[in-house]
Write a protein that binds this ligand. Structure first.
Ligand SMILES: Cc1ncc(COP(=O)(O)O)c(C=O)c1O
Length: 446
């Protein structure tokens, strides 16, 4: 059988998939995956020719959109030249990428350890933080996701971690800056940033001499898009400096233009010690992640044996894709576009809040947004419970599918996370569907 004969129809693809493929984060027996047969820019098509507007950027990673011709060509050209070389060898796309990263990451971040994705970037960040400080514990936050490998999922605070507990020892969790539902019962503006001062309390109780790192997402992604007040960022930075704790900024989801800046941290004028990236680094065209180190952290480990290693660290095809992606971000002003379209998205979100009583809160930065649905605006009771499911969101989801919208819905949140290349007319198209879905949810308001 030659390659062409092995090509499947959409129907055969579906059949084989259901017979043999085990998918992430799902109950296998309930899955009915869309078969993607074609994709371009912000759209993709299924086997019946139905078009979907990709408002989820696949997994919030396809920042440059589907099938960018220059990235496709860069992978093809690299494949024709050198498909693979060992991590210990120097190779042109890896070197070029490291240089490019040193230009776009925060000031003083000039050293990069490449990984296969986000989870292993966080795993290795922790190893490096431990090595650089000689300490072991890591502080993370409850409303967070840092990956699904054993260490990374222990850093994760949300329910995906509980399936593998007790997990990795030495992780301590703190509360998040979720201003709409402030756990300290305060309003931003009149609060005393208790979300920062309580972190200091935890540091003292845990003993600062035992804490290697504090990890947080640049802007919290899959747990509801929390854009922290600027004082939060500076407060955490100051605490980390004061107690010699590595500030580990997980930019796996929020990096590479998602927030309208290269990295979420750039919105806050703070430099972390270690930054982890993946997803948007090459828009997922080939798996890749990186641990980014400041000169200071690199200096602390440079003369010692690095006990971190991956066969595919800095894979030439992945690096070539990243070089082309970063070049396109620059040349095509894709990050500026994300910022610009973000203003329109926020405006449309606010229109939705004014029109629909099921909308409790809206949050957006760049193309990183969330609409939070409630049963009652006064009590803020979520329209379905946290970590729960319910008829209302099933109906909202069905409405999106009917309207050809590929959306991410989680509990009472509707995410608005399109590729950074989205155009104004595509934003408007999305909000026609969002408006219709919210009218359905309005029926569930008490
Ligand atoms: C903030 C954050 N960190 C880490 C990860 C894990 O990345 P990966 O799935 O590439 O391992 C994710 C994935 O969604 C993420 O959102």
């Amino acid at each position: 059988m030659n390659l062409e004969e092995r090509r499947l129809t959409a129907e055969e693809t579906y059949k084989n998939d259901r017979a043999h493929v085990i998918h992430s984060w799902s109950v296998q027996s309930k899955l009915k995956p869309i078969v993607m047969t074609e994709a371009k820019g912000c759209y993709f098509w299924d086997g019946n020719g139905k078009r979907f507007l990709d408002m989820y950027s696949q997994v919030v990673n396809l920042n440059i959109g589907h099938q960018h011709p220059k990235v496709v060509k860069a992978i093809q050209d690299q494949a024709a030249k050198i498909c693979f070389c060992a991590p210990g060898i120097a190779v042109e796309p890896r070197s070029t990428l490291a240089k490019l990263l040193s230009e776009v990451t925060p000031e003083g971040m000039n050293h990069f350890f490449f990984t296969n994705g986000g989870a292993d970037a966080n795993e290795n960040a922790i190893k490096i933080a431990r090595m650089a400080t000689g300490k072991s514990k890591i502080i993370s936050r409850y409303r967070s996701y840092h990956g699904s490998t054993y260490g990374a999922v222990t850093l994760t605070g949300e329910p995906r971690r509980t399936h593998v507990e007790p997990g990795m020892p030495g992780v301590v969790r703190v509360f998040d800056p979720y201003c709409y539902r402030c756990i300290f019962g305060k309003e931003y503006g009149s609060c005393k940033m208790e979300c920062v001062s309580h972190v200091e309390e935890v540091i003292k109780f845990e003993d600062p001499n035992t804490i290697a790192g504090f990890i947080m997402e640049g802007v919290t992604g899959s747990n509801g898009i929390f854009i922290p007040p600027p004082e939060y960022y500076t407060g955490i930075r100051d605490l980390c400096t004061k107690y010699n704790i590595m500030f580990i900024d997980d930019e796996v989801m929020s990096g590479f233009g998602r927030t309208g800046e290269w990295f979420a941290v750039d919105n806050f004028g703070v430099v972390p010690d270690i930054m982890t990236v993946a997803k948007g680094i090459n828009s997922g065209y080939v798996p890749l992640g990186a641990v980014c180190l400041t000169d200071k952290v690199s200096d602390a480990i440079y003369d010692r044996y690095l006990s971190c290693g991956l066969t595919y660290s800095g894979h030439p095809l992945a690096c070539a894709a990243a070089v082309a992606t970063i070049t396109a971000y620059k040349e095509e002003k894709i990050i500026e576009n994300a910022k610009e379209q973000g203003k329109l998205i926020l405006k449309r979100m606010e229109d939705m809040k004014a029109k629909h009583k099921c909308v409790g809160d809206v949050r957006n930065i760049g193309v990183f947004g969330c609409i939070e649905l409630v049963k009652n605006r006064e009590t803020k009771e979520p329209i379905i419970p946290w970590n729960g499911s319910g008829e209302v969101m099933d109906k909202v989801n069905a409405s999106f599918v009917e309207d050809g919208m590929y959306m991410d819905i989680r509990w009472n949140w509707i995410f608005v996370v399109p590729p950074c290349i989205i155009k104004a007319e595509e934003v408007e198209e999305a909000f026609v569907a969002i408006d219709r879905a919210l009218s359905i949810a309005d029926n569930y308001v008490e």
